[in-house]
Design a protein around this ligand. Sequence first.
Ligand code: SAH
Length: 224
Amino acid sequence: MTPLGRSPDFAELREQMVERQLRRRGISDERVLGAMGAIPREHFVPESVRRSAYNDSALPIGHQQTISQPWVVAAICQALRLKGDERVLEVGTGSGYSAAVLAEIANRVISIERVADLGETARHKLEQLGIPNVEVIVGDGSQGHPQAAPYDAIAVHAATPEAPHSLLAQLAADGRLVAPIATGSADLLTAFVRDNGDLRQETIGPCRFVPLLGAEGFDPPEED
Ligand code: SAH
């Protein structure tokens, strides 16, 4: 146990996260592992849960939303197969953590968040770390951001009711889109790969996500 008042050794916890939660569980892309070993996750979570920043779980960030479990962030990034020169669209900025990880392994990230307060906080956190290549946009990202399309990669961090058609239309030739697709029992993390004219679909595995709300998502609750 950490003595009262002293903060945990976050660098050590981060290293353990990379080894135990990621490498041992099938994440093998060294660029993804390197990025997750470099980005301070504790910077992106609220003060009240900072000590739990490296837990093997999602954590609350307010507005009924969560920062995703580290393994989920890594699995999405790995499935995008980024080399470093890509333009990436992210839907669901949340805390800004996954945007920071993507910014390490791609050239430019455009990230859209529906909840203005979360988007603004994320933008501020990214600025504080001096991460220059992420643009956070507040708005409904369920139909993407056609102004900057096409994208080499698209990461969706909230469960879509079906294959996200508008987003797929903004994918470059050879581009990859990763999204959780809601089914009756679970959300299935799915990769869509544009291969010249064809679109291939691969299931990565079951995961739990918050719903994508908006025009091509689920209907927002009344009080929203
Ligand atoms: N990747 C984030 C976790 C995101 S949780 C992180 O690392 O912290 C999913 C986020 O998607 C929530 O913040 C939610 O508000 C947002 N969201 C839901 N529907 C959306 C939409 N249509 N457009 C943009 N963001 C949306």
